[in-house]
Design a protein around this ligand. Structure first.
Ligand SMILES: CCCCCCC[C@H](O)CC(=O)SCCNC(=O)CCNC(=O)[C@H](O)C(C)(C)COP(=O)([O-])OP(=O)([O-])OC[C@H]1O[C@@H](n2cnc3c(N)ncnc32)[C@H](O)[C@@H]1OP(=O)([O-])[O-]
Ligand SMILES: NC(=O)c1ccc[n+]([C@@H]2O[C@H](COP(=O)([O-])OP(=O)(O)OC[C@H]3O[C@@H](n4cnc5c(N)ncnc54)[C@H](O)[C@@H]3O)[C@@H](O)[C@H]2O)c1
Length: 719
């Protein structure tokens, strides 16, 4: 909807009204069309201002409409009509002008923005391009290089940057609508021809062909298989090389291809999934909207290794006072230096002062007595963590929330060490913790909704996408990683190479294949856990068959590498070889290939040809199957939680929506049928056995992912 008012006698003010972001729904578009006609037909009206209600100009096309039949006036002719209007039209931009919202503003003859406003064309993040003339008008207004940057990245720019680009005509700290109305009065009699951006020539640098070639190469390299960024470059190239009308035709063709692509559907699903995870719920019935967080002013971090340092930086950068504790003097000094460096580099990038004074360092756990929340990040050792939790419980004020950054240990066991187990939750960050967006907030059986709400809110304040999950070994992310890693090792035993498996996974869109990722994280990390679990047993005299544990197939390949001191990048050898320890360039290692040949010979394993399909299906479907088990067990509330965890924490390609969305795209019956096939071939691998929920969903006719929660509820109630 939109509202019309006449202000100052001669200005027609059109206000978009569609909360929360004034998206261009059919009703809003109809309103704009009708009210523009009214403004143009009223003789007293000399100029028009378009604004949005509640201090928000417009968040773009209504994404919810994309899935269904589009109705109402189309956007492109609507914007053309505004540009062609005989009276000046001024956009008054407050809050945001994004996507179709900015395209609407580009159709206006002038743009006035509030100094705090942000503008951008983020369509690429939804698998689209600016398809209402944005790809053709923006380069004509701000030049090809700047337009390529904005359109291919989708980044939002501040009003000040927009002014520098020439994207807006004026910025103001005052009431933007009032300023725009006065401006509209001033320009009422000005000629409009030069203000119609579609008539401008597209100014190109002399080396424009080289520029497009370079940008296209960069985009292809970083897109990881996403098609929208490439289409965005093609659309801007059309603006640079074709007359406006032909450019618009090219924009329409490219948009039509993207619009119906699975990638756009996946990215739009993911847009809503990211927001859905904020509406968390617990099996007890506690929910985000009925649980109030408690404010946190001062926090502590215990253990300043890899994770503790990143967590301290994230907290300090967000303005929290932090007490940072490390027991060893040498470690403390090193950590202090590293944290200061991270803060200084971050501050330089963002053009602010480093938050060094936010942190108090100490070696004594007593120094955390008055904090509101503690995040423990000591070694992954249950006995040590229990001791730390006992100490914290004795030292801290009774209301302090005690959180652990454990990667997968039982939160409940830690809670049991404290006086107030209801205030204990997991806060599982991902490395590097000041960079990675994901935070798993893990509730145990005793965790209170207050503790979950507080950890979720803290996560949001430090810029994380927080997902509330239940307590089980590995929580959601690492639990699903286990069958994925396991299949990758089995594939090596059966004839594949690390390079081939990684190539397939990287072509699928992962930033790194499983073996390159393991080399980066350090092979010793998982080895220590397997040793502690009694799985890794190098001594053959222990009587364990090498490739079997507790009746299940087991691959000791990772253990054997660790026994040779091959821990990955840090030692310069792992699944690959590196020029020197710490180097990041992975090279195939002939030693590893001979080692695999000998290993297969020793175990009478006959290598067979493993193709692309088998690698993908076995690695991904076993992981997806575990995802269904997680849903069945109530560890994640819905498929969106799992998908958000995988995209933000494990570099799952966003344009494939996440593992559960991918399963829905492939077809649940196909996933089930292939799992059955592989389980039959490998009956000693339980992770390949299709789980009950997957069978139930297929038996229910494979409903769309948005309906899975209903089936999940039924399955859980039967358990
Ligand atoms: C051939 C056909 C031609 C077509 C022409 C194409 C036109 C055009 O080029 C395409 C587009 O504009 S594509 C669009 C380009 N635009 C974009 O990509 C902008 C996307 N939006 C954003 O980036 C952020 O939401 C804001 C920065 C606007 C606000 O951030 P914040 O303050 O943190 O708030 P928040 O929590 O994020 O959102 C609050 C609520 O609003 C909801 N909602 C928001 N935008 C929506 C929309 N456009 N729609 C619907 N809903 C939208 C959101 O879901 C949430 O509701 P929920 O019930 O809780 O789920
Ligand atoms: N490294 C990762 O990628 C990663 C990711 C997510 C979670 N985690 C988890 O985070 C935790 C820490 O892992 P990390 O990789 O940072 O380990 P790390 O070995 O780099 O650091 C642990 C630090 O804790 C310190 N420490 C040990 N006992 C202490 C005590 N009693 N009081 C204060 N400090 C003490 C050590 O001196 C060391 O500096 C583990 O639980 C791990 O599972 C790690």
């Amino acid at each position: 909807m939109a509202q019309y008012t006449r202000v100052s006698g001669s200005v027609g003010l059109i206000t978009l009204q569609s909360p929360p972001v004034n998206a261009l729904s059919a009703a809003v578009r109809q309103g704009i069309v009708d009210l523009m006609q009214r403004a143009l037909s009223e003789p007293e009206v000399k100029s028009v201002v378009i604004c949005g209600q509640n201090g928000i100009f417009c968040g773009g096309a209504d994404i919810k409409e994309f899935g269904g039949q589009m109705s109402g006036p189309p956007l492109i002719p609507m914007i053309h009509a505004i540009e062609a209007a005989s009276k000046p039209v001024v956009a008054a931009i407050e809050g945001i002008a994004l996507g179709g919202g900015l395209e609407l503003a580009l159709g206006c003859h002038y743009r006035i923005a509030h100094s705090k406003a942000r503008v951008g064309l983020p369509e690429v993040t939804l698998g689209l391009l600016p398809g209402a003339g944005g790809s053709q008008r923006l380069p004509r207004l701000i030049g090809v290089p700047a337009a390529l940057d904005l359109i291919t990245t989708g980044r939002h720019v501040t009003a000040a940057e927009a002014l520098k680009f020439g994207l807006v005509d004026q910025i103001t700290d005052h009431n933007t609508v009032n300023v725009a109305v006065k401006f509209a009065q001033r320009v009422a009699d000005q000629p409009l021809d030069a203000r119609r951006i579609s008539t401008h020539p597209c100014l190109c640098p002399s080396d424009v062909a080289v520029l497009f070639e370079e940008v296209m190469q960069r985009v292809r390299r970083t897109a990881r298989g996403a098609i929208a960024p490439i289409a965005c470059v093609q659309a801007v190239r059309a603006a640079a090389t074709l007359p406006y009308n032909q450019g618009m035709e090219r924009e329409r063709e490219l948009m039509a291809t993207l619009f119906t692509s699975g990638q756009a559907r996946a990215l739009q699903y993911f847009f809503f999934a990211q927001r859905a995870v904020g509406r968390w719920s617990m099996p007890s019935g506690a929910r985000w909207d009925t649980s109030k967080p408690r404010p946190v002013h001062k926090a502590a971090v215990i253990g300043l290794g890899t994770m503790g340092r990143g967590i301290t930086v994230a907290l300090a950068q967000a303005g929290f006072s932090v007490v940072a504790v490390e027991t060893q003097e040498k470690q403390l000094m090193e950590a202090k230096q590293a944290i200061s460096g991270m803060l200084e580099r971050g501050a330089k990038r963002r053009g602010v002062a480093p938050a060094l004074d936010k942190i108090n360092y100490g070696r004594n756990i007593q120094s955390v007595a008055d904090v509101d929340l503690v995040i423990e990040a000591v070694f992954e050792d249950m006995a040590l963590k229990k001791k730390v939790f006992q100490q914290l419980s004795a030292v801290c004020k009774p209301s302090t929330f005690l959180c652990s950054n454990t990667s997968g240990l039982d939160i409940d066991q830690l809670a049991c060490q404290t006086r107030n187990p209801e205030l204990v939750v997991g806060m599982h960050f991902f490395a590097p913790a000041h960079v990675m967006k994901l935070l798993e907030v893990v509730y145990g059986p005793k965790s209170s909704p207050l503790a979950v709400a507080t950890a979720m809110q803290l996560g949001k304040k430090i810029g994380k996408v927080s997902v509330a999950v239940g307590n089980c070994r590995g929580f959601v992310g690492n639990r699903m990683l286990k069958p994925y890693l396991e299949q990758a090792l089995f594939l090596l035993e059966e004839g594949a190479t690390p390079e081939f498996v990684d190539q397939v996974l990287e072509e699928f869109g992962f930033a790194m294949g499983v073996f390159r990722m393991s080399d980066l994280s350090g092979l010793d990390v998982g080895w220590k856990v397997r040793l502690a679990d009694g799985l890794a047993m190098p001594d053959p005299t222990m009587g364990q068959p090498t490739r079997l544990r507790q009746g299940r197939r087991y691959s000791p390949l990772g253990d054997l590498l660790c026994e040779q001191g091959r821990f990955g990048q840090k030692t310069g050898r792992g699944w690959y070889q590196y020029d020197k320890p710490g180097s990041q360039v992975a090279k195939p290692d002939p030693w590893l290939h001979s080692f695999l040949d000998e290993y297969r010979a020793r175990h009478a394993l006959v290598a067979h040809r493993i193709d692309h399909q088998e690698v993908l299906e076995r690695c991904l479907y076993s992981m997806i199957n575990e995802g269904f088990r997680i849903l069945e067990d109530g560890i994640a509330a819905g498929p969106e939680d799992i998908d958000v965890i995988y995209v933000f924490g494990y570099s799952w390609p966003r344009h494939r929506g996440g593992p559960m969305f991918y399963a829905a795209t492939v077809g649940l019956n196909k996933v089930l049928e292939r799992l059955e096939h592989y389980y039959q071939a490998h009956p000693d691998v339980p992770s390949l056995q299709p789980c009950h929920l997957l069978r139930k969903l297929v038996a229910s006719g494979s409903p769309p992912i948005q309906k899975w929660r209903e089936v999940i509820k039924k399955v859980r109630s039967q358990l």
